[in-house]
Design a protein around this ligand. Structure first.
Ligand SMILES: [Zn+2]
Length: 380
């Protein structure tokens, strides 16, 4: 019969398995003998069905053995179907149905065995050489500007700063007016700014401070937000400057916020960003939207303060501008400057990325040269 363990069909001749049939033996029989034979045949079919249901195939070869044993031209299904001619006419219909069901049962088992082995062996079955190396799936990488932006943002997020974003095409009020930039300010010059249209003026934002205005206008205080994003200036494109670049600005507004809070926040940032040994200095400066204002330098992390090309022999590298939010700016956003104070700061992303990744040309960041970008595949 069948060696179940191997799923292998024994090569028993069909006629021998059907030997119980008087008809097969060529014996002349009466109606009662038919009944007897049919009973035996039905019993035999049930046994075959059990065998079919229990048949397992591990590969294509065993599936083929199943097909030969049950569905082949000399298979059991055909042999059983051959018994039809011995069946009395009045029972042919009922018996035909049983035989047909048996045939469909064997065929459906054959199909499911084929699917099972195809699934375990892959679409082309054993024709695939599983020892071959797979097709490489090319890995993308984060852009160095994104890497630096994420790093800066993650440091401030630990101090409770949330991220806010805003439109890159801005109206005059959000980009200039609300920020206390007087009409004669050089930033408003046609030579410095990309105007989309004039009267009313629409510009490509020159800083992400416009997002600070939008956040303050919402009136939900206190505010502790970071504004990362792309900004535009009308500058000649070269290795050291570009007509667009990226910034991260920060804004903190609450009652009793002082310059000491600003300094402590930035000290924390510098230590996390450049290490514990880096020194910090503030230089008085001027911005229309902050008062007082300062530039912040850190001791050169390339030469350690001794002087090199990066720090232009000064030992210091300027990294950001900052200050206390000007009362006029608060008023422009309907915030009471007698009750609330706040600080703001802003830094470029390109400069620290240039230094960190030792890139010597700003244009590489925006040229989409895959040879450049794929060098950051392993960076996180
Ligand atoms: Zn240096």
């Amino acid at each position: 019969m069948q060696d179940r363990k191997n799923g292998r069909a024994a090569a028993l001749p069909v006629a021998k398995e059907l030997r119980c049939f008087c008809t097969s033996a060529g014996v002349d029989v009466g109606a009662s003998a038919y009944l007897c034979n049919m009973e035996q045949l039905l019993q035999q079919i049930e046994e075959y069905k059990k065998e079919i249901a229990a048949f397992e195939a591990a590969d294509d070869k065993q599936v083929e053995e199943f097909r030969i044993r049950f569905l082949g031209t000399k298979g059991l299904v055909k042999a059983v179907m051959g018994e039809m001619k011995q069946v009395p006419a009045d029972q042919k219909k009922a018996f035909g149905q049983i035989l047909n069901d048996f045939k469909l049962f064997a065929e459906s088992r054959y199909e499911s065995l084929r699917e099972q082995t195809a699934a375990t062996q892959g679409p082309a079955g054993s024709r695939i050489d599983l020892s071959l190396p797979g097709d490489p799936a090319p890995l993308g990488s984060r852009h160095p500007i994104t890497l630096m932006r994420n790093r800066i943002v993650s440091i401030f997020q630990r101090l409770g700063f949330a991220v806010a974003e805003g439109p890159e095409i801005e109206d005059d009020w959000h980009n200039f007016g609300a920020l206390n930039l007087p009409p004669h300010h050089p930033a408003r010059d046609m030579q410095d700014t990309f105007y989309i249209q004039q009267n009313p003026d629409w510009v490509l934002r020159t800083h992400t401070s416009s997002v600070q205005i939008r956040e303050m206008e919402k009136g939900k205080l206190p505010i502790r937000m970071l504004m990362p994003g792309r900004v535009y200036r009308n500058e000649t494109v070269s290795a050291r400057s570009h007509c667009f670049f990226h910034q991260v600005e920060g804004l903190y507004i609450d009652e009793n916020v002082s310059f000491a809070d600003l300094k402590q926040t930035l000290y924390f940032f510098v230590k996390e960003m450049y290490g514990k040994d880096v020194k910090v200095r503030f230089r008085p400066s001027y911005f229309p939207f902050t008062e007082p204002s300062a530039e912040m330098d850190v001791s050169c992390f390339i030469c350690g303060g001794e002087g090199c090309n990066i720090c232009k022999k000064t030992g210091w590298v300027e990294i950001l501008g900052c200050g206390m939010v000007h009362p006029n700016v608060l008023q422009n956003c309907n915030i009471d400057p007698n009750k609330y104070t706040g600080f703001a700061f802003g830094m470029g992303i390109e400069r620290p990325a240039l230094l960190k990744y030792d890139v010597n040309d700003l244009r590489l960041f925006s040229e989409n040269d895959v040879r450049f970008l794929k060098q950051f595949t392993s960076a996180i």
